[in-house]
Design a protein around this ligand. Structure first.
Ligand code: FE
Ligand code: FE
Length: 191
């Protein structure tokens, strides 16, 4: 089992100071949410720490790595190669840090787009990334509050905020974001 101190040291050496601090804040709130929801704080913390590791690469490098590792290349990710960082962070967490937990790797992989029917750990890492205390966007306080009351509703609000941002800025929307939001929207409406 790789030690937290070693991971932190390697992250610090690889990521920009802002990205490194963000990763620590994601770890922190992921642990709080894990405790609240009775899932492993160790797994949540690990996924939180490592979720953005591949952001050490630039956009063009992410695209190159994705090609090299035979990731599926869709037109949106090709336009916005940063989207590959989730998948690549999961691959590197396994390869470079020896993380074997499928649950942790999946949580890292899904942290940007989310997906329908996420596990509690996946929901926690997705939300932790979006609501860590350094985030400041319209509606973040509400989502932060919701995250500690109702993970599914918080995810619906989080995905909606991400969509709104993309629409307002005329940016392409990855279908994964829509799939995730539809799932949690329909779940809410069925209640
Ligand atoms: Fe990320
Ligand atoms: Fe992040």
């Amino acid at each position: 089992m790789v030690k937290r101190a070693e991971i932190v040291e390697k992250l610090k050496a690889s990521l920009s100071p802002d990205r490194f601090d963000h990763s620590l804040r994601v770890e922190k709130i992921a642990c709080l949410l894990a405790r609240k929801n009775g899932v492993s704080t160790q797994k949540a913390g690990l996924a939180g720490l490592l979720h953005d590791y591949a952001r050490k690469f630039s956009g063009p490098d992410l695209l190159r790595q994705a090609r090299r590792l035979k990731c599926a290349i869709d037109p949106i990710s090709k336009f916005e190669p940063k989207l590959f960082h989730a998948e690549l962070s999961a691959l590197l967490a396994e390869k470079e840090f020896g993380i074997k937990s499928r649950a942790v790797l999946a949580a890292i992989r899904k942290h940007t787009l989310g997906s329908p029917a996420m596990t509690t750990l996946e929901k926690i890492v997705y939300l932790a990334d979006h609501i860590e205390e350094g985030r400041d966007f319209r509606g973040v306080k509400k989502i932060r509050r919701l995250a500690f009351k109702d993970l599914d509703r918080a995810i619906l609000e989080s995905a909606t905020a991400k969509l709104n941002y993309l629409l307002e800025n005329r940016l392409p929307i990855h279908p994964g974001t829509i799939l995730a939001r539809n799932y949690y929207l329909l779940k809410e409406k069925r209640k």
